[in-house]
Design a protein around this ligand. Structure first.
Ligand SMILES: Nc1ncnc2c1ncn2[C@@H]1O[C@H](COP(=O)(O)OP(=O)(O)OP(=O)(O)O)[C@@H](O)[C@H]1O
Length: 489
């Protein structure tokens, strides 16, 4: 059989290289520009992709003979290049339909729905001479690439250097820094790679975790024309700070009916609810006690667990993502966090930057963030309103304000400005809130005890800077003290 190198081989080689460049990296723009003979900044990512796609279509159609691409016509390195270039083309041909499919699956929920264009996409692979296994693998990859891109892009917005870096890190975390390795060895086998997200409270760790958790590889079932699982099942978040210590194990591992007073039904914990292709997200991992840390370590090591009150072993095959706003190194030094668990949790450690850092790096970051956060209040916020809120923030919030509550605080700040036209920053507001609350109490206006407690805890937190100190002074447990301080109300 005649094996050949196509004309324009260098072009296909460039495309094959491009296929593996992180779409969130600056390098991607340079690589696109090399293919297009353009200059950085000339076109945005979607315009560049359109232009490259048109060029690629032309070059693939010009392959002759035969006019239709067949992978078997190539050997060795040429085959590898042509395969990647062709895959890159098909991925972009189908990407809009994958995006619509992802939205449809999100609406449909946990039951996997049929891929409406399954026959069309599998037909392309078959005509090009790919076997069944490769066809299923690449359809799974296309779906994963689109989810990865959409979820990272929507969860981590912003243009300051540390946010650009974060998007790149998250992408590499899902597809590894070397996608060739990923394709050849790791695709569908990432469950042993854990993620530890660090960063201040309200900085967006949960959003980053969700982007990773919802972007795992999910195999495609060619016969049933659907993916094995819905990605909506693939992210199970457990916020440990929400539960009293006595319920933590039950939330993590589940319980059997009758296991303890109040266990009136079987309850599946986060590990049981998680799909094999998904991830369990353990938020506030720095807050768990040593006995629970030991149990968690065993689950992660053995990949099995038993619900409280049961000896039955259940298997867990998803990924583990954890997060804490606390200084984990300090916790380890003080003996509050076990080293063995730490090393199980940190295949990769990703730091989410705080709002103050983001605004310091790029003050222009504020406006798009306001726009996004305002969307939660108004479906389609007017650009003028966004600009007015930005002006009010710049006028009323001190210039070097530390934003201790980060993006979560900014969200409340926007609401406060909508209501009162003014936000002075949490520290100022809190100290005066305490005064207001006590003055109200003196005048007989009688704020509720919860309100008093909340304002008192916040006041102490501003003064002493740690949940432990607040807990010690108020004689609340740390978890409850934190709840009063952090919960927006
Ligand atoms: N880049 C962002 N764009 C839009 N909203 C964001 C962004 N980052 C965070 N938020 C919003 O800020 C709030 C806090 O985010 P999130 O819960 O992810 O923070 P966190 O770091 O996990 O906080 P904690 O340590 O307290 O759990 C959420 O309402 C989230 O949607």
């Amino acid at each position: 059989m005649k094996k050949r190198q196509p004309e324009q081989f260098e072009f296909f080689e460039q495309i094959a290289d491009l296929a593996f460049v992180n779409p969130f990296s600056r390098e991607r723009e340079s690589a696109d520009c090399r293919v297009l003979n353009g200059t950085p900044g000339q076109w945005d990512l979607s315009r560049r992709s359109e232009k490259i796609q048109a060029l690629l279509r032309e070059r693939l159609q010009a392959l002759k003979p035969p006019a239709e691409f067949r992978i078997g016509d190539y050997r060795g390195r040429v085959r590898e290049i042509m395969e990647y270039a062709w895959l890159f083309y098909q991925f972009h041909e189908f990407q809009d339909r994958f995006d619509r499919f992802i939205a449809a699956q999100e609406r449909a929920g946990d039951e996997p729905i049929e891929l409406p264009f399954a026959d069309e996409v599998t037909g392309c692979f078959r005509r090009a001479g790919f076997g069944e296994a490769d066809c299923a693998k690449y359809i799974g990859l296309f779906y994963q690439l689109r989810r990865g891109f959409l979820f990272i892009n929507s969860s981590v917005s912003g243009d300051c250097p540390s946010i650009v870096e974060l998007r790149m890190r998250l992408w590499n975390h899902i597809f590894t820094f070397n996608p060739h390795w990923y394709l050849d060895y790791l695709i569908g086998r990432m469950e042993e790679f854990s993620t530890l997200l660090l960063g201040a409270t309200g900085s967006g760790k949960s959003l980053a975790a969700r982007a990773i958790g919802c972007s795992g590889f999910i195999p495609f079932d060619l016969k049933r024309r659907r993916f094995r699982e819905s990605f909506t099942r693939s992210f199970q978040a457990i916020n440990l700070a929400q539960f009293p210590a006595s319920l933590l194990e039950s939330e993590l591992f589940g319980h059997k009916k009758g296991a303890f007073t109040g266990a009136i039904e079987n309850h599946p914990g986060g590990f049981a609810r998680c799909s094999p292709y998904g991830a369990v997200f353990i938020d506030e991992i720095g807050d768990i006690d040593i006995p629970t840390q030991v149990k968690l370590l065993n689950v992660i090591q053995d990949r099995t667990f038993s619900p409280v009150g049961s000896h039955e072993r259940q298997r867990f095959s998803g990924r583990v993502i954890s997060a804490t706003h606390r200084d984990i190194e300090q916790l380890r030094r003080d003996g509050h966090f076990r080293d063995d668990l730490y090393y199980r949790l940190c295949s990769d450690v990703i730091v989410v930057p705080g709002l103050q850092q983001r605004l310091r790096e790029n003050p222009e970051e504020l406006r798009p963030l306001i726009g996004r956060l305002l969307k939660r209040v108004l479906d389609n916020p007017d650009g003028q309103l966004v600009a007015r809120i930005e002006d009010r923030i710049r006028e009323t919030v001190p210039q070097h304000y530390s934003w201790p509550g980060n993006v979560r605080e900014l969200e409340q700040c926007i609401r406060r400005i909508c209501l009162t036209g003014d936000y002075r920053g949490a520290e100022n507001a809190r100290s005066s809130d305490v005064g207001t609350a006590f003055r109200l109490a003196e005048t007989g206006a009688e704020p509720g005890v919860q309100q008093l407690l909340q304002q008192y805890c916040r006041f102490l937190y501003e003064k002493y800077g740690s949940y432990e100190a607040v807990a010690r002074i108020t004689r609340l447990d740390r978890r409850t003290a934190r709840k009063y301080i952090v919960d927006p109300s």
